[in-house]
Design a protein around this ligand. Structure first.
Ligand code: GLA
Length: 707
């Protein structure tokens, strides 16, 4: 890549108003701490962007990359849809352009994340091997021109995918400008092609050994469903199919995706340096596969954070960041986020000034090490011409550019204080993918939305500025003082045993409605709800009722049941009733929420979905039972506060997501690292990062009512 300097000169002479603004913002910012020679190539957190050099002539690259450098960007993600450019003909590879792109980025201090291009197969591949095409459940075969038109079950496709991944690994696995790998792009679509069906029969045989075993566990005597051979079993996600079959089909697709990812990860790792990470990028509340399974062979998690309505759901995003952090229980990346607006919602409103920066900082506050904008520059053609970008099609900065540049420079300023740090949580919310799938097929009340229930349980914790981890039921519970499982519908004896042990040893376990109703086969427990949890909870759930009204509860705080109400019968004598239904047919006077002290800890069983006030009161009650102090009284309403702690001490992130300035009084010893207060007030859509020294431990800071 020659001509960088003249390109820069040319660009400067064409500066428009936004560029001047961007430059003046940069000039106002203190210089970022410089990375020492011994520090890693990427000193997190960093800002980056998706860049598609294959869509532009090489001559256009220098200008784009110079501007990225000027904005303080540190990462470009390249290649995830460029298969036809990397392998224009079967087995004929052309990486010269990619060599140049990576080198050009590297020469400007930009590290590359390389995407394996398998989300977009070239036409020669699907033409020569039409059996690799994805088939939707109604039999329609997906064609060329969009993307993700391949079958995850196809061994031919897997072979081609592994081959291109191996080629890339061999070529770039030791390239010091390549920080890591992204496998495919937003994986997950199901396929119902012939090979998928063969694999399904094989998977079932592996799981059940005999067809009689399957018939028994699936209750196929129902509606004459009895199968004689595994290859008779339909592969289906149909809403009216046998719930056991549908849940297994979901598990089967999870397995396919986990194998697909691990095949590519293995191919990359043959030649790549150990410090190159391998990840894949996922989506909000992805429901196509079990994330914990798919992440087993990955180094870190990543997700694509979008607010298509242009109105960020701050509490929802905080929860989902924690969810993604939980896949590997370590720092994650936001691999894509919107520069202002997207193009795929019903109405693609732009986020307001300040919100793009706030959203990036929220990600870091919740444990992200990188935030990458999708995308740098809009291609002139193709399907996404209306999407938000950092620069326009002419290469000049978009309105949001200065905000992103400011964020990038602020990340660099905070970086020395954030190395090796992570959010600290004493509370875990349990997310169980199998339970979600089971509940979604049989909601019984259409408003019973398992992720909505997660959000409703999380909301009062968020409002009280209490951070949480989100874990799968198989993960270690003993790290937490309080474990809340809003939707643990499927519980087997092993899980029940682990939950009991956790409580016996001093943990507090809070279970939501519909807990312990089903076996791992999605069948009702023969002893009724709560199945194997009955001994621990000391109750029997006598009945469940879908509600079209709100039913007030009687208890020590104000609450109403909505959507769902169960009637609970205490069986053990030490079960304490916390709330009863005050009115309403079958539920009148019946226990709705119960508590029991067990061993060193305790359990709370919540048999109803509650209104917001009720859930808030319940949260306060549980926090006090578990001996946890609520939030941070010094942080005013409308300001989100969260914390990361690490070797360099503790950093607090105060984000004003409201439209009002908020007065904040910092305690002695606190030092602002990023942002500022004006006359003691934090402006709307503004933030500060506040630091405390390493001498003060995370525990000490968290539990103090003032910093
Ligand atoms: C997804 C994809 C990207 C792009 C963006 C647009 O996240 O991964 O390739 O299409 O959406 O928002």
């Amino acid at each position: 890549m020659g001509g960088d300097r003249s390109a820069t000169r040319g660009r400067r002479s064409q500066m428009n108003r936004r560029q001047v603004l961007a430059t003046s913002v940069l000039a106002m910012l203190p210089a970022p701490a410089l990375a020492g020679a011994s520090e890693p190539a990427l000193s997190s957190p960093v800002v980056g962007t998706s860049w598609y050099p294959e869509q532009w002539p090489m001559e256009a690259w220098a200008r784009d990359l110079d501007l990225m450098r000027e904005a303080g960007l540190k990462v470009v993600r390249i290649g995830e849809f460029a298969w036809s450019r990397m392998e224009p003909l079967d087995g004929r590879f052309d990486f010269d352009w990619l060599d140049s792109a990576i080198a050009a980025a590297g020469s400007r201090g930009l590290q590359t994340v390389l995407g394996t291009p398998t989300a977009a197969p070239p036409v020669w591949l699907t033409e020569a091997h039409p059996e690799v095409l994805r088939v939707v459940e109604n039999g329609e075969v997906q064609g060329h021109g969009e993307r993700r038109q391949f079958s995850v079950a196809s061994s031919t496709y897997r072979r081609y995918a592994v081959r291109i991944a191996s080629e890339m690994g061999r070529r770039y696995g030791r390239n010091s400008n390549v920080a890591g790998w992204q496998i495919d792009n937003e994986i997950g679509l199901e396929t119902f092609d012939a090979e998928a069906k063969v694999r399904w029969a094989r998977w079932l045989e592996g799981r059940y050994r005999t067809i009689d075993g399957l018939n028994d566990r699936w209750t196929t005597a129902y509606w004459s469903q009895t199968y004689q051979r595994f290859d008779q079993v339909p592969l289906s996600l149909g809403p009216d199919q046998n719930p056991a079959l549908v849940l297994d089909a979901r598990r089967f697709f999870s397995r396919l995706w986990a194998d697909y990812v691990s095949d590519q990860a293995a191919a990359l790792r043959v030649s790549s340096a150990p410090d190159q990470f391998v990840t894949t990028n996922s989506t909000l509340w992805n429901n196509h596969f079990d994330q914990h399974l798919v992440h087993q062979t990955l180094d870190q998690a990543a997700w694509d954070l979008y607010a298509p309505s242009g109105r960020p759901d701050w509490a929802g995003n905080a929860l989902h960041h924690a969810t993604v952090r939980g896949y590997k229980q370590r720092a994650f990346w936001v691999m894509e986020t919107q520069p202002g607006y997207v193009n795929w919602g019903p109405l693609n409103r732009s986020m307001d000034p300040g919100e793009t920066r706030l959203m990036a900082w929220q990600a870091v506050a919740r444990g992200a090490d990188a935030v990458l904008y999708w995308q740098w520059r809009s291609a002139l053609g193709g399907q996404e011409q209306y999407h938000g970008t950092l620069v326009g099609p002419d290469g000049t900065p978009a309105a949001v550019f200065p905000e992103v540049a400011q964020t990038a420079h602020e990340f660099a300023m905070a970086s020395p204080f954030l190395q090796g740090s992570a959010p600290q949580a004493e509370i875990a919310l349990v997310y169980d993918q199998d339970s979600r799938w089971a509940l979604e097929q049989q909601r019984h009340a259409e408003d019973y939305d398992p992720t909505g229930v997660m959000k409703a349980w999380h909301r009062p914790l968020y409002d009280r500025n209490i951070d949480i981890d989100v874990i799968g039921p198989e993960q270690d519970l003993n790290r937490y003082r309080l474990v809340m499982a809003p939707a643990l519908h499927l519980v087997d004896a092993d899980l029940a045993g682990r939950l009991s042990a956790y409580v016996e040893q001093g943990g507090w376990l809070v279970l939501g409605p519909r807990s312990g109703m089903k076996t791992e086969d999605n069948a009702l427990w023969p002893n009724g709800q709560p199945g194997p949890l009955a001994a621990l909870l000391g109750v029997k759930v006598d009945g469940f009722y879908a509600l079209d009204d709100e039913r007030p509860l009687e208890g020590s705080w104000s609450a109403k049941a909505r959507v769902w109400a169960e009637t609970i019968r205490p069986v053990a004598s030490d079960v304490e009733v916390l709330a009863r239904y005050a009115v309403g047919g079958w539920t009148q006077g019946q226990p709705a929420i119960v508590q029991r002290r067990v061993g060193q800890g305790g359990t709370v069983y919540v048999g109803a979905l509650l209104d917001e006030t009720g859930q808030g009161g319940l949260t306060d009650r549980i926090l006090s039972s578990a001996g946890l102090k609520p939030g941070l009284p010094w942080v005013p309403a409308g300001v989100e506060a969260s914390m990361r702690a690490g070797p360099a001490g503790v950093c607090w992130f105060l984000l004003n997501t409201s439209s009002q300035a908020a007065a904040i009084e910092f305690p002695p010893g606190a030092r602002i690292v990023v942002g500022r207060l004006v006359e003691g007030r934090l402006g709307p859509q503004d933030l500060v990062v506040v630091r405390q020294g390493a001498s003060q431990g995370a525990e000490e800071v968290r539990t103090s009512s003032r910093l």
